[in-house]
Design a protein around this ligand. Structure first.
Ligand code: WQD
Length: 340
C-alpha cells in the first residue's frame, strides 16, 4: 500500500484530503503542529474513516522531529499543507510568514531527499496570479504581483520547488493552485474552524447565519461585475480533496518533473449570489451591510479547469448550493467550532 505523509493534515483542507486518500486506498500519516487546528479533528476522522491515523504533533520547521516521522514510516509521497495562511495576518507579521512557510517546505524537501521520497504535492494558491484581470486564469497565465506576504510565500515556494526539481531529476512535484475552498464533509463532523473572527467570506456568512456573529459587511458593491460585488471561484473542499488524490495518482505514473494545475470549478459566483445561496441553505436571511472595498481584493477570479480535467481526470462535482448546505450542516452541528 502506498503511504502518503500529509503535513498540516489536521487542518481544514488537510483533514478532508486524509478522508479521500483513505477512501482511495492510500495509507496516511499526519504531521501537524496544531497551530491552527484542534486535536478533536483526529477523533472526528476516526469516526468518519473507522480508523485512527498515525499522528505526529510536530512542527515541519523542526528537522529532528520531522526526521522521526520519516524514520518511522516508509513514505512514498508527501502532500505539504502545513503553513500559515491568513492573508491579513501575513501583512501584520510578514517575517513569521516568510520564515515559517518557506522554512517548513525546505525542511520537508530536505528530508524527502534524504529518504529518497520522490513525489511532492504542494498546496499553492490562485493568489499567485496577483492582481491580473486576465480571467479565467489558466496555468499559463503569468504569475502576478502578489498583494500580501502569504501570497508571496506561495509564489516563492513554487520557484524554490522548480529549482529543487531541476537539481533532483528523480523528484516529481505537483503545484496545485486552489481557488476558494469552502464547505464541509457531508457528515458535518469536520469543517472550516478558524480561530477568532473569520477573514474569509464563507466562514463569516456561516457564523452570521448561526447567530454567533451579528452582521456581514460586504466589502464593496461598486466593482465592474454583474451585480457590483466580487466574483470568485468557490470550490467544495471535498472536490479539492479529491483533486489531491488525483494529483498523487498522477505523480505515481508521470515522468513530468514539475506539473501545475488549477483546482477550481470554472464558475464564478458574486458575493451577493453567495449570500442568496446560503440564505436558501439555512432558510433565513443573512444580515449584511455594504462597506468599502477591502485592500488587495480583485474584482474577478475564476479558473480555467481544462488542464486538470484532461490530465488528472479531475472535475469538481459539487455546486454552490452543495457548498452552502454542507457548510450550514457543519455550523449547526458545531456552533462554537471544535473543542480545543
Ligand atoms: C471572497 C470575497 C471579499 C469577507 C482568500 C485568499 C486566497 C485563498 C482563499 C488560501 C471577496 C468578500 C470577504 C467578508 C466580504 N486562501 N468578503 N466580506 O480573498 O478571494 O481569497 O481566501 O489559499 O489565497 O486570498 O477569499 O473569502 O476572503 O473573500 O465581502 O467579511 O468575499 O471582498 O470579494 P479571497 P475571501
Amino acid at each position: 500500500m502506498s503511504t502518503v505523509l500529509v503535513t498540516g493534515g489536521n487542518g481544514y483542507i488537510g483533514s478532508h484530503t486524509v478522508i479521500e486518500l483513505d477512501k482511495s486506498g492510500y495509507d496516511v500519516v499526519i504531521a501537524d503542529n496544531l497551530a491552527n487546528s484542534k486535536m478533536e479533528v483526529q477523533n472526528r476522522l476516526e469516526k468518519i474513516c473507522g480508523k485512527r491515523f498515525r499522528f505526529y504533533n510536530v512542527d515541519c520547521c523542526d528537522i529532528d522531529a520531522m526526521r522521526k516521522v520519516f524514520n518511522e514510516n516508509k513514505i512514498d509521497s508527501v502532500i505539504h499543507f502545513a503553513g500559515l495562511k491568513a492573508v491579513g495576518e501575513s501583512v501584520r507579521i510578514p517575517l513569521d510568514y516568510y520564515q515559517n512557510n518557506i522554512d517548513s517546505m525546505i525542511t520537508v524537501a530536505r528530508l524527502m531527499a534524504e529518504y529518497n521520497v520522490r513525489n511532492l504535492v504542494f498546496s499553492s494558491s490562485a493568489t499567485v496570479y496577483g492582481m491580473s484581470e486576465d480571467v479565467p486564469f489558466t496555468e499559463e497565465s503569468p504569475l502576478g504581483v502578489c498583494t500580501n506576504p502569504y501570497g508571496w510565500t506561495k509564489w516563492m515556494l513554487e520557484q524554490i520547488l522548480r529549482d529543487y526539481a531541476k537539481a533532483n531529476p528523480d523528484v516529481r512535484v505537483c503545484l496545485l493552485r486552489y481557488f476558494n475552498p469552502v464547505g464541509a464533509h457531508e457528515s458535518g463532523l469536520i469543517g472550516e474552524d478558524p480561530r477568532g473572527i473569520p477573514n474569509n467570506l464563507f466562514p463569516y456568512i456561516s457564523k452570521v447565519a448561526g447567530g454567533t456573529l451579528e452582521c456581514l459587511t460586504v466589502f464593496g458593491d461598486d466593482y465592474p461585475t454583474r451585480d457590483g460585488t466580487c466574483i470568485r471561484d468557490y470550490i467544495h473542499v471535498c472536490d479539492l480533496a479529491q483533486g489531491h488524490v488525483k494529483a498523487i495518482d498522477y505523480l505515481c505514473r508521470t515522468d513530468e518533473s514539475v506539473s501545475v494545475f488549477n483546482l477550481g470549478t470554472g464558475d464564478g459566483t458574486t458575493v451577493k449570489e453567495a449570500i442568496a445561496a446560503f440564505e436558501k441553505a439555512c432558510g433565513h436571511e443573512i444580515k449584511h451591510v455594504f462597506g468599502p472595498r477591502r485592500a488587495g481584493d480583485i474584482a474577478v477570479s475564476f479558473a480555467k479547469t481544462d488542464k486538470a480535467e484532461k490530465i488528472l481526470g479531475f472535475k469538481a462535482k459539487y455546486d454552490i448550493n452543495d457548498m452552502c448546505s454542507s457548510c450550514w450542516k457543519w455550523q449547526t452541528m458545531n456552533p462554537k467550532g471544535l473543542e480545543d
